[in-house]
Every structure is written in structure tokens, then in C-alpha cells.
Design a protein around this ligand. Structure first.
Ligand SMILES: *Cc1c(COP(=O)(O)O)cnc(C)c1O
Length: 388
């Protein structure tokens, strides 16, 4: 088979394209993680990551995937049989629900249609009805990567605050952190969960928990079994610049570089760039005459766009044509959306011409697959890019 020429377009919503600067930083020799040089790296990275979460509190970093960071958030704060309230926003919320259930938690899963975000009014009702304060935590996926719907967090925190309910607020920012405005402290979030391979522009392999003081207090009495995921020994070792077990040294080099890049661009500019690319993508989709999966105009994800394909077509076939002809990967439909949608990732290390190239590949692929889309989508997207 002939090798494709030029760079692969990795336009799935994570893992995302890793910038050359980050790859080069990661290629440095691995050092002694108990030696003096290491402490400077730890201190540097753990401080520099805080503004991205919008916190001044500790951020715990693990070698692990996002799924591990989900588990860490639950086992550090909850006890067997605890009641947890979660929202069926899509595939990732469902996986998190399953993980919580496997850990022995009781999950109240508020049903959803996978086309809207979290309903803060429904949350307020549930909290008001829970006069015995049985709900120990509320779990929210900020950016549902399976649907391209972003749930606003401030109305969720407001519902918690106004009800006077003591439940913890746990938020998955796995595909939003570093791409979408987020404020752990200001929004009163107790645990913010994230990982490396999406907006942070790194390869997979790091998981994060940003933790509030209330979450740290909960960790003192939580009874779910935990050992590797226990925050306390990590935070303790971090004080002097170390970790209790071997950290992912080269990923931390990469993280240091990626955080420098976000800082150089400026977080407000990073967020504006994502909003603009999302808007241009939607302009293309509308001009193609296709439907967006997200039905709430206030909730379109800045990080990715999920596109419904007309009923007689298979989204996976379209993705296969695009991969074969144009060497570009798009996100598959997950769970019950399999074959029905494809997802365009426009997050991380991404600029106007990356988007133009991505949308060109999508438009040609749709046309080759026999979806009658015409040529107006690219022009509509370029108009948005040119105007801004
Ligand atoms: C990718 C993703 C996950 C899963 O992360 P892994 O690193 O694959 O374990 C969880 N939640 C959301 C919102 C995601 O986008």
C-alpha cells in the first residue's frame, strides 16, 4: 500500500494534533524522578496548570487516562452506597454513570435526548426534593464529546448554592479544558476532571483532578477503597516537588511546553479562537443542508461539531472514504449514534487553514459518498473566517 504523502489530518475530538514544540520538548532524556532537577519541573508544571483550571487550589496529576481521573474524583470523595445525581447528556456521561455504578455508588441518571445539555431546573427540583440530603454528589460533563453539546456550569452551581444542598459538584472537562472558558474556583466546582490528549494538545497519558477545599475535607471521611488514586499522598509528595510513584516524566515536559503555548497565546484568545472555528464549521454544515446534532443554540460546543447524516447514509462509510482519499480522521458516532453522526474536532493546535483543509475534506467526502451537499459550505466557512 502506498504511504500517504503529507501530514495526516487528525480531526477527531481527541487525541488531538500535538504541536512540534511539544513533541520536541518530550523528546528530552528522561531524568531521575527523585533527583533535584525533577522538583523544579513538578513545581513549574503544577503552578502553570492552575490558571487553565481557574483555580488556586491543588491540581493532582496522574499517569492515566480520563477514565482514571473520573474514578479518582469518585473514590476520593464518596462512600459505598452514596447517591450520585448525573445527567444523560451523551455517551461519556453514560460511561461515567457505569463507572460510578461499578464502584458501588447509586446513580440517579436524569434522562436526556443526547441533543441538549444539562437541565439546571431539573437539578434544582431534584435538590429541593432531597430534603434528607441523600445526594452526595452531582456529576456533570461540561463538554459532551459524543454530541458536541456544552453544558453551562454557572446555572448548575447556582442551583446547588440556592438550594443550600451540601452535595459536591464534580465536573468532567476532559474535552473542554484549554479550549472552552472554565473557572473551577469561581463556579464553586469541587472536583474538575481532565486529561492530556484533547485541548491540552498532548498525547494521551495524563489525568487531572483539580480539588476544592470542600473536596479535600470530603476525602478525609470518604470510604470507597482507594490507593493509587488517593489524592493525599500525591499532594503531600508534590509539596517538595515529587510524586509517590513514577510520574510520566516526558509527558510532564510536554505539559510544561503546552502550558507555555497557551500562556503565550493568552487563554481569552484561545477560547475566542475555538468559538470562531466552531461558528465557521456550523456555517459550513448549514450551507451543506445537513443537521447539527446539538439542538440548543446556546450550547454548541466550541471544541467539536457533531453532524447528522441523512437517514439513508452511513456516517462510518463517509468517514472511511475521507480517510482513504484524503488521509483525514473524523470522530465516529458513539454508542447509539453509531453510523448516524460524524464529529469534526476543531480543538487544540488548530488554525484557520487547518479548518479550511478539514472542511474541504469533509465536503469532498460527503460528495463522493453521494450526499448532495453542493459547494457552498466551504465558502460559508471561509466568509466567517475572513470576516473575523
Ligand atoms: C475522551 C473523554 C473521556 C474519556 O477519556 P479517556 O482518556 O478515553 O479515558 C471522558 N469524558 C469526555 C467528555 C471525553 O471527551
Amino acid at each position: 500500500m502506498a504511504q500517504p504523502i503529507g501530514r495526516h489530518f487528525l480531526q477527531i475530538p481527541g487525541p488531538t494534533n500535538v504541536p512540534d514544540r511539544v513533541l520536541r520538548a518530550m523528546s528530552a532524556p528522561t531524568i531521575d524522578h527523585r533527583g533535584p532537577e525533577f522538583a523544579a519541573l513538578t513545581t513549574d508544571v503544577l503552578e502553570a496548570v492552575k490558571p487553565v483550571f481557574g483555580t488556586t487550589n491543588p491540581v493532582v496529576v496522574y499517569p492515566g487516562s480520563g477514565t482514571g481521573a473520573w474514578e479518582a474524583a469518585l473514590v476520593n470523595t464518596l462512600s459505598p452506597g452514596d447517591r450520585v445525581l448525573a445527567f444523560e447528556t451523551g455517551h461519556f456521561a453514560t460511561l461515567w454513570r457505569d463507572l460510578a455504578t461499578n464502584l458501588g455508588l447509586t446513580v440517579d441518571f436524569l434522562p436526556g435526548d443526547w441533543r441538549h445539555g444539562v437541565d439546571a431546573d431539573a437539578l434544582a427540583e431534584r435538590l429541593a426534593a432531597d430534603t434528607a440530603h441523600e445526594i452526595a454528589a452531582v456529576c456533570v460533563v461540561h463538554n459532551e464529546t459524543s454530541t458536541g453539546v456544552t453544558s453551562a456550569i454557572p446555572p448548575v452551581s447556582r442551583a446547588l448554592r440556592e438550594s443550600g444542598h451540601p452535595a459536591l459538584l464534580l465536573v468532567d472537562t476532559i474535552s473542554s479544558l484549554g479550549s472552552v472558558d472554565y473557572r473551577h474556583d469561581e463556579w464553586g466546582v469541587d472536583v474538575t476532571i481532565s486529561c492530556s490528549q484533547k485541548g491540552l494538545m498532548l498525547p494521551p497519558g495524563l489525568g487531572f483532578n483539580a480539588v476544592s477545599d470542600k473536596a479535600l475535607r470530603a476525602a478525609e471521611t470518604a470510604r470507597l477503597p482507594r490507593s493509587y488514586w488517593d489524592w493525599r499522598p500525591v499532594i503531600e509528595a508534590n509539596r517538595t516537588g515529587f510524586f509517590p510513584s513514577t510520574p510520566a516524566t516526558n509527558l510532564l515536559y510536554g505539559l510544561r511546553e503546552a502550558l507555555r503555548m497557551l500562556d503565550e497565546e493568552g487563554l481569552p484568545q484561545v477560547f475566542a479562537r475555538h468559538l470562531r472555528h466552531a461558528e465557521a464549521t456550523r456555517a459550513a454544515v448549514r450551507a451543506w443542508g445537513l443537521d447539527l446534532l446539538c439542538l440548543d443554540d446556546r450550547a454548541h460546543s466550541p471544541a467539536l461539531t457533531a453532524v447528522l447524516v441523512p437517514g439513508e447514509h452511513d456516517a462510518d462509510k463517509i468517514r472511511a472514504i475521507i480517510l482513504d482519499r484524503f488521509n483525514m480522521s473524523l470522530g465516529a458516532g458513539l454508542g447509539k449514534l453509531r453510523g448516524k453522526v460524524f464529529r469534526i474536532g476543531h480543538l487544540g493546535h488548530f488554525n484557520d487553514l487547518t479548518l479550511a483543509g478539514t472542511l474541504s475534506g469533509v465536503q469532498m467526502g460527503l460528495s463522493l459518498a453521494g450526499v448532495p451537499v453542493g459547494h457552498g459550505g466551504i465558502t460559508a466557512a471561509l466568509d466567517v473566517l475572513e470576516a473575523a
